[in-house]
Structures are given as structure tokens and as C-alpha cells.
Design a protein. Structure first.
Length: 336
């Protein structure tokens, strides 16, 4: 279960070309951040961005095959009247919503999104500015400190046992695992990790951070996130009466993926398709809305397609030079 600590002579060349961050990686990070800002903007929450940085193992020489891509949004809260702790909790809540909605990877490497305020400066061997496309702090070829694996295993054991208990109780009819229990566990684990990164000597090699990596490398975080989604789906569903065996009332996972690819090819946008066939296409440029609706209306497997009344104005939020106005397009796949 141990996520090994490795040492390399070069940065991760999946992401970097020599010491330079690849342009396609930087652009994609900007898109991810803009989508996160869009979700905040839907609820009229303005996040003022000072910078977006790439940090952690993949901005240094100690990355591994299971290291994630740590993207930190540096938020400016100085002009806000509300307590900073409230905004930190709010941003983190939206981060979890965002991550539960999207499973984003770059070249197979999972992306972790964080929101930081000026009260919590990021501590890392390497820090790369996405906004300014340059190193804030170049990583140095530092010596990895000695790690007592027995200490890490002992510290990780309670976290692993608790996660396994939550997973095992999923089918317990008398005392089933709840969405809140999973949320509480994941929140505690991330806060535990941040304690080590911000306040412990060694930061990336702190016991807290290495414990987090052990839990993650064991696959327990992924299992809990999937379990949480199943619990939510079940709580929002009504049990169907006995249906005709020839009638399909929802899309299977392979069908959903197939239709998602078809829509993406036709519209050049990545849709979100639910199992019942409802789909949403976000970040549609104003000039492309009519074209997308027209092209999808021609398909016999589209039951209906329409433009959402919602319009997202990024003139004050966007920093990457993208058009300011976006729409959401809604539709439904025809299910026989």
C-alpha cells in the first residue's frame, strides 16, 4: 500500500519539456480553473484570483506514478467583509463538489484542485505560476530525508481501518454508511494532510502527507468517492415498478460513454450525461449555441435539445482571455 518516495534527475516530462511547463498542460489547467470559477459564479460567488500555481511532487523531482497534479488557486480575500475562515470553508466545499462532478486527468495523472488564501502560503520545493507561465520557486535537487516506514504505517492504520469500515458498512441495512460520514472522513483526511504540509518541518515528507498518500495509494479515497455518489443516487431515486423487459429506463455505463463521445465529436464540447439520458454541455460560446442545437437536432437519438436561460458572464472572473459569455445547452437522449 505504500506510495514510494522516488527521486528523479529530471522533472516529470509528461508535464514539462525540460524545465518548461508544456503549453497544452498550462492551457488545460486554465480551463479547469475557469470551470471551477464558473460553478462558483452560478451562485454569484466571486473568487478573486491572485495566481494559479502548480506545486507538490509533480513540480519537483520526487514525483511517482501515483502522484497527483496539485493545482492551487490563490484567492485574494482582503477586500471581503466576511470572516476568512468562512470563505476558506466555502471554497473547499465547492472544490469537493467540483471534484465529485468531474474526474479530471492529464495523461492519466489525477488532478487535485485546492483553494488557498494569503493566510496559508504554499510550502513546496517547486512552485510554478500558471497565470504568468514562469517559476516562482525553481525546485532544487534536494536530499530526501530518511523516512521511518514503521511510523508511517502505524499512523496510517487508523485511517485505513476507518475507511474500510465505511466501505464495509455500505450494505448494512441497520446501520448503512451515510454521505455525511464519508464527507467528514475525506475532509478530516485532507485537513490532516494540510497540517503536515503547512506546519510541519519537511512539509512534503511530513508524516501527515505520507499517511495521506498511503490511504490514497490503497485506492480507499477513490472507493469512498464512488460510494458517496452511489448513496446520493439512491437517495434521489424512486424504486421503479416492474417494467417491460424490452424497455430501458436508463443508460448503461457503456451506452453513456458511447453517446458522450458522439456528442463531443459533433459539438467539440465535452458533455455531462446522466444515466437517465439527460445531458448538459457547459461553456458553450455564444456564437456556437445555435450551431450546436442545429447539428444535434438532426440526430435521431436526440429526443430534445435547447439552450439554457442561464448565461455566465466571466468579464470580471476570467483571466485567460477567453470570451466572456457562455451558455449551457440541455438535452435528452432518446431511450427506446
Amino acid at each position: 500500500m505504500l506510495e514510494a518516495v522516488e527521486k528523479h534527475n529530471t522533472l516529470n516530462q509528461k508535464l514539462f519539456s525540460g524545465m518548461d511547463l508544456k503549453s497544452e498542460v498550462r492551457k488545460k489547467i486554465q480551463e479547469v480553473v475557469n470551470e471551477f470559477l464558473r460553478i462558483l459564479a452560478e451562485d454569484e460567488i466571486l473568487l478573486k484570483v491572485r495566481d494559479v500555481i502548480l506545486t507538490g511532487s509533480n513540480a519537483s523531482y520526487n514525483y511517482t506514478d501515483t502522484s497527483d497534479i496539485d493545482v492551487h488557486i490563490l484567492a485574494d480575500t482582503k477586500s471581503l467583509d466576511d470572516p476568512k475562515k468562512l470563505y476558506t470553508k466555502l471554497y473547499n466545499a465547492y472544490r469537493r463538489i467540483f471534484e465529485s462532478k468531474y474526474d479530471i486527468t492529464f495523461y492519466g495523472i489525477p488532478v487535485e484542485l485546492y483553494v488557498e488564501t494569503e493566510d496559508n502560503p504554499v510550502v513546496s520545493n517547486g512552485i510554478y505560476s500558471i497565470m504568468y507561465d514562469q517559476w516562482i520557486k525553481k525546485p532544487v535537487d534536494a536530499v530526501i530525508p530518511a523516512i521511518d516506514q514503521k511510523v508511517i504505517d502505524e499512523a496510517a492504520q487508523p485511517w485505513i481501518e476507518e475507511a474500510n469500515s465505511l466501505i464495509a458498512r455500505a450494505e448494512d441495512e441497520e446501520n448503512p454508511t451515510t454521505e455525511q460520514e464519508i464527507d467528514n472522513y475525506i475532509t478530516k483526511l485532507y485537513e490532516f494532510r494540510q497540517t503536515g504540509i503547512y506546519h510541519t518541518a519537511g512539509s512534503e515528507f511530513s508524516t501527515e502527507n505520507l499517511v495521506f498518500k498511503e490511504v490514497r495509494s490503497a485506492g480507499l479515497l477513490d472507493e469512498l468517492k464512488k460510494l458517496k455518489n452511489k448513496i446520493i443516487e439512491k437517495s434521489l431515486s424512486l424504486e421503479s415498478l416492474k417494467e417491460d423487459e424490452n424497455t430501458r429506463f436508463y443508460l448503461t455505463e457503456p451506452e453513456r460513454r458511447d453517446y458522450q463521445v458522439k456528442i463531443a465529436q459533433l459539438t467539440h464540447n465535452q458533455p455531462i450525461i446522466q444515466r437517465n439520458g439527460i445531458f448538459e454541455i457547459y461553456n458553450v460560446k455564444e456564437a456556437d449555441v445555435d450551431y450546436i442545437i442545429t447539428i444535434l437536432k438532426r440526430e435521431p437519438w436526440i429526443e430534445y435539445i435547447q439552450k439554457s436561460a442561464e448565461r455566465y458572464d466571466f468579464s470580471k472572473l476570467s483571466y485567460s482571455g477567453l470570451p466572456a459569455r457562455y451558455f449551457k445547452v440541455l438535452g435528452k437522449i432518446r431511450i427506446d
